[in-house]
Design a protein around this ligand. Structure first.
Ligand code: ATP
Length: 427
């Protein structure tokens, strides 16, 4: 399994993820996505949107604002209950989440003397912001979950679309949590992105449980469809005392990361909690009834998915590192090279092929060093295919396509290249 330092170093070296504001020493819990990271992350989000919105008739999208009327967070219970327990080491005053046994254990080992901890205190995770120019400024919050934006728009969406229960609202966007101990690279950040579905059903035990099971399976299947190793994925049910304040039941999809099995998506049965708290209801015209719908939620993290996809794809062989990213996720699908960078005929031909391919597929140009070095560099960023233009190309109008995972080479006619890649990406 990849080690975390291998992942963080590759991410930095090849432009996937950088510490935020690094030239000023960075800021704990904040990260920037570089040229390749933004492509990988966008691919994840695009594929999620495709499977959750475009391929379905019963889900519509939303993009709600990050800052909302603070009353939203009072009604949702977050100002009161969106908390983590915090303990402080009486020796060095470091603060740790009281439920993080691993960190507590590590910290105790780091002191020679026995550590004494303060009693756990609850600590609210909402990040406060102050709005306006005159005092007193209005205290508001950066959203702690993107979810509430969906509930407060429930009526707007019902009134403006043809959706009727059961149906869902999908959203991708940033959330902020004042985490006590950000860490494990991007795993626990203070600013992160979520991709969530809130699916509304009638208040019925059987139907809601079936919907819960249905979405659990769908979500796991989606990660497998992105090429993730099924053996490293599992469900874990939350114990009653572990559930968030809104959850009737909850299960996580976990990945076996180098730092242990860790959550990266939660499937939550939120019952009538949210719509009830916002005093929203639904009129079923056909049945002539009005009720508070129940909600099944799938809440995934874009950053945690990006991190686990990178970890899962990382392979090292004796003389190369390969990111075996699914072609759908790879930042570049193909790299185009002239065999020799100092032969104008080869360069001109390769440039023509590159410029044509680039209009249809994310394609990169590379003419540095020798072919071996270029293969090495493309393997490391997960480019599935390398296209070499050689002297034969000038005669037969065909190129050599080399496969990242098998290193096998195939001769493909220039005119068929695009179709050749599209078929492979689909397959
Ligand atoms: P944890 O127990 O790890 O703090 P959580 O159970 O509070 O997470 P949820 O509130 O269920 O998390 O959030 C849904 C998803 O949002 C998580 O599965 C995760 O992918 C993502 N997420 C939550 N907190 C963070 C964070 N601090 N950094 C990055 N992603 C996060």
């Amino acid at each position: 399994m990849a080690k975390m330092d291998e992942i963080t170093s590759l991410a930095k070296r090849r432009g996937f993820i950088f510490p935020s504001s690094e030239i000023y020493g960075g800021l704990k819990g904040f990260w920037d996505y570089g040229p390749l990271g933004v492509e990988l992350k966008n691919n994840i989000k695009r594929l999620w949107w495709k499977s959750m919105v475009y391929e379905r008739d019963d889900v519509v999208g939303l993009d709600a604002s990050i800052i909302m009327n603070p009353k939203v967070w009072e009604a949702s219970g977050h100002t009161e209950a969106f908390t983590d327990p915090l303990v402080e080491c009486k020796v060095c005053h470091i603060r740790i989440r009281a439920d993080n046994n691993q960190e507590i254990e590590n910290h105790e080992k780091s002191h020679k003397a026995t550590v004494e901890w303060t009693k756990p205190k609850t600590f609210n995770l909402l990040t406060e912001v102050y709005l306006g120019t005159t005092e007193p400024k209005l205290k508001a919050y950066l959203r702690g979950e993107i979810t509430q934006g969906v509930f407060v728009n429930f009526k707007n969406i019902l009134d403006s679309s043809r959706q009727r229960i059961p149906f869902g609202i999908a959203q991708i966007g940033k959330a902020f949590r004042n985490e006590i101990t950000p860490g494990n690279f991007t795993y626990r950040s203070r600013e992160f992105e979520q991709m969530e579905l809130e699916y509304f059903v009638a208040p019925d035990e059987k139907e809601s449980l079936e919907t819960f099971e249905y979405w659990k399976e769908q979500r796991l299947k989606w990660y497998v469809s992105l090429g993730m190793d099924k053996k490293k994925l599992r469900f874990r049910e939350h114990a009653p005392d572990e559930r968030a304040h809104y959850a009737k039941s909850a299960e996580d999809i976990e990945y076996e990361a180098p730092f242990g099995w860790s959550e990266f998506e939660g499937i939550h049965h939120r019952g009538e909690w949210d719509l009830g708290r916002h005093k929203l209801s639904y009129k079923d015209e056909e049945a002539g009834k009005e009720y508070t719908p129940w909600v099944i939620e799938t809440s995934g993290g874009v950053d945690r998915s990006t991190l686990f996809i990178l970890i899962d794809a990382y392979h090292s062989e004796k003389d190369r590192v390969i990111l075996k990213l699914h072609p759908k996720l790879a930042p570049y699908k193909a790299a185009v090279f002239p065999l020799l960078a100092n032969k104008p005929d080869l360069v001109t031909k390769a440039k023509t092929i590159y410029l044509r391919l680039k209009l249809r597929l994310a394609t990169v140009w590379d003419d540095r060093g020798n072919i071996g070095k270029r293969y090495f560099a493309q393997d490391e960023i997960g480019t599935p295919w390398c296209v070499t233009v050689d002297f034969d190309t000038l005669k037969d109008d065909a190129v050599t396509v080399r496969d990242r995972d098998t290193t096998k080479q195939e001769r493909v006619a220039v005119d068929n290249l695009e179709e050749y890649f599209q078929n492979k990406i689909k397959g």
